[in-house]
Design a protein around this ligand. Sequence first.
Ligand SMILES: [Cu+2]
Length: 321
Amino acid sequence: MILQAPRYTQQSMVDPAGVKATLVDHFWHFLIITASIVTALVFIALLVALFKGHRPVEPEEPAVQRTVTRWISASVGVTVVILIVFLFTDFRLGRAISTIPAQTPLRVNVIGHQWWWEFQYPDSQPSNWITTANELHIPVGRPVVLNMSSPDVIHSFWVPNLSGKKDLIPGHKTETWIEADSAGVYRGQCAEFCGLQHAKMAMLVIAEPEAKFEQWQLASRASAAEPSDSTAKAGKQVFLTAGCAVCHSIGGTAAGATVGPNLTHFGSRHSIAAASLPNNRGNLGGWVLDPQRIKPGAMMPPNGLDPDQLNAILAYLEGLK
Ligand SMILES: [Cu+2]
């Protein structure tokens, strides 16, 4: 099960799965190892001073003075050199991770909403344009340029196994890139406090081999699956008449609103409500009846569906593969 994959539950900066995260991880190790050695030396010097300090010495003695001065100057010199090396390594890292590799990148628009992520895959042909939510599909081994924006408040895109943070700022476009070295599911998290449900504004990055990614792309361009059985058919009617279509889009139906996540292929998502819960019937039923129980303050209101209507809507949503 995808949601049990270790990197889904434990996002980690020191378990890199992409070019950028690997560079940052190497730099981090370099800093921590150097700092540990310096700390160890300082403690050794302290112990030596404590044990030798019993001997009464004359501080004014010129020989003692000279030794002390020499030690202090050497330590200051070494510290300055280490800091300069840190500074230049940091500059080099900054350049390396901001330079997009020469390969033709995939371009994705990332839009941060309170409190979910919208992903758009633009295409010169409007019918090929894909809009999805909370699960970002990318091909392995190819850079992906993310054009980021926000219609409400500042959010921050952060997938620790793949890349550092980049803010999404209202009224100001920002850009970053990611690349995954190995197939997998990587958890990401909004990293800029954006209101009540900031903590439940997560996402999954699903990195797949190019062929599988292309399959996903083709499937995602299609209109929504028509419901096959009578329950799901009834569910479609409930969806279109119970107010859901005021906020949601389902490709190929009359629902075309953009307030909430696009649900055209909702049935193939692994999680719901910005990777807060696995996508199964129990969680989905709870969410549709009363999102406020799961994410208090979420921009989706509770609703008074009766059990038959709820069952029908769930059957319809699950069928949107
Ligand atoms: Cu946030």
